[in-house]
Design a protein around this ligand. Structure first.
Ligand SMILES: [Zn+2]
Length: 493
């Protein structure tokens, strides 16, 4: 009895100790948010702004893999439209055209200060066939209605492009000149890899020995109601970008008649199925580390309830939290290199055993993983099934980006500008799951940030590359204020 009592007491002490530690830790993790007064809200001609964005949406600047010139006249039309809409920008800044991409240079007053680049792409993705009728307004009509500008590109990415041009046009109107040289980089093939646009412009700047203090490109958003336990809207600034790798798998077997199949597991389809099953079951490991950890540690103090306690005490709740996060597709993608089975091809007749099966597996690499390591991972899993598997690394792959520091002045300036222009919005670093044009600038800048000052609720997310893409006019005006503020802040560093 006495032993039991002693044990119970020890257990109680342990539990109380843990509770105390958790409480202290939760309390110790105070807010990391910058305390800054809101910026004065500049009055803008919102109707004109909406009209100018709407006009840009009427050019069907769809980029395609196979034919770079397919929409050439649409890009030329857009260029003429921009020149006409922003006479001060095009009359003052130096314009260079690379392919159908544009590079605008606004020389700063301080030639020794490192220049910066803002990016936005001109091209858009096509409308999924058969969904045109689901749009509330035709996707390329540029309709302004109910406080929104509707159409393909309104959000991705002509909203950013127009907001940047508006900001520069307005500042030029006030006789403003930036302290540092500003490059505007408007790619024309971002949605298909950015090789002829952003990549070529980065190489051009590199050939001129340009080193950029920072690069700001489209990216993560200001989300509202997306994270459980978080009431305030959160602006995530992408400090890194996942890598991309598609691997082609093929395996050969003896073709034959289906009336006499080989022993179990010996057909090309069976071997391919087994290999794919292994890759699906044995996913790359997940962990709350790197960018994801920094994000959660920044956001935790702003949360309420159990989420705050759990995220402030990852030393204890890490495994529970991780299990929870692995269940959500977007949070899972932040914690691991993902494996997606995307294409399978084999067989052409119901009574013939195919001599070959092919498949494609797409990986999105977490910073820290490499393409070489992934190829070895695939190789070990296919060879465990059969030695005849052949692997190919498909074109268009890229390593994950380096991680840009949050301690850099450029990040802190972005952080501050968000807090000033979007009062009450939390700012945290995040991981960009998709690819952006900014990755082509890695050779000429160590500070690449991916952020669009666009507000989105969970209901809005399917509009991205989807049906009924739109942007609120009030949001568009705030985007202009954001870019204006960011530029003006350069005078008071
Ligand atoms: Zn985009």
């Amino acid at each position: 009895m006495r032993v039991l009592k002693k044990f119970a007491l020890a257990l109680l002490a342990l539990v109380l100790g843990l509770v105390a530690m958790v409480a202290v830790n939760t309390w110790r993790h105070g807010s990391r948010q910058l305390e800054v007064p809101p910026a004065e809200r500049i009055a803008l001609d919102e109707a004109g702004l909406a009209r100018r964005l709407a006009g840009s949406l009427r050019f069907k600047t769809i980029s395609t893999h196979d034919n770079a010139d397919a929409s050439a006249d649409q890009f030329d039309g857009l260029h003429a439209y921009l020149r006409q809409s922003y006479p001060k920008v095009f009359g003052t800044l130096k314009l260079e055209q690379v392919g159908r991409s544009l590079l605008l240079t606004w020389p700063g007053t301080d030639a020794t200060a490192p220049p910066v680049a803002w990016m936005a792409h001109q091209d858009v993705v096509p409308i999924a066939p058969g969904t045109e009728g689901n749009w509330a307004a035709p996707p390329f009509d540029g309709v302004v209605r109910d406080g929104f500008v509707w159409g393909r590109g309104s959000w991705d990415d002509k909203g950013n492009l127009i907001a940047q041009l508006e900001a520069v046009e307005q500042l030029l109107g006030q006789g403003f000149q930036p302290r540092r040289t500003l490059y505007l980089v408007f790619g024309h093939d971002e949605e298909v890899g950015g090789i002829h646009g952003a990549k070529a412009i980065a190489e051009l700047l590199q050939s001129r020995n340009v080193r950029l203090d920072y690069v700001l490109d489209e990216g993560l958003l200001i989300t509202d109601g997306v994270m459980p336990g978080l009431k305030a809207p959160a602006a995530l600034i992408g400090i890194a970008e996942k890598g991309y790798l598609s691997v082609g798998l093929s395996v050969t077997a003896s073709p034959g008649h289906s009336s006499m199949p080989p022993a179990r597991g010996g057909s090309a389809i069976a071997m391919m199925s087994a290999a794919l099953q292994r890759l699906e079951n044995d996913q790359m490991p997940a962990a709350i580390r790197g960018v994801a950890r920094e994000m959660f540690e920044t956001i935790a103090p702003e949360m309420s309830g159990f989420q705050r306690v759990a995220l402030s005490n990852l030393w204890l709740f890490g495994p529970v939290v991780q299990k929870q996060l692995e269940r959500g597709a977007s949070t899972n993608a932040m914690m691991r290199t993902t494996t997606a089975l995307t294409i399978v091809n084999a067989g052409s007749k119901d009574n013939v055993l195919p001599g070959r099966a092919d498949a494609t597996v797409n990986f999105r690499l977490l910073p820290g993983d490499t393409r070489e390591g992934l190829m070895a991972h695939v190789n070990s899993h296919t060879h465990a099934v059969d030695e005849r598997f052949e692997l190919t690394q498909l074109p268009g792959s890229s390593e994950p980006s380096p991680i840009s520091p949050t301690a850099a002045p450029a990040y802190q300036r972005l952080n501050r500008t968000v807090r000033e222009v979007f009062p009450g919005t939390l700012v945290a670093p995040g991981l960009m799951i998709g690819a952006t044009d900014s990755r082509h600038f890695q050779a000429i800048s160590d500070h690449i940030y991916r952020f669009s000052p666009v507000r989105a609720t969970p209901e809005d997310l399917p509009r991205f590359h989807g049906t009924n893409e739109r942007i609120a006019i009030a949001n568009l005006a705030d985007m202009v204020r954001f870019y204006r503020r960011l530029l003006s802040a350069d005078l008071t560093p």
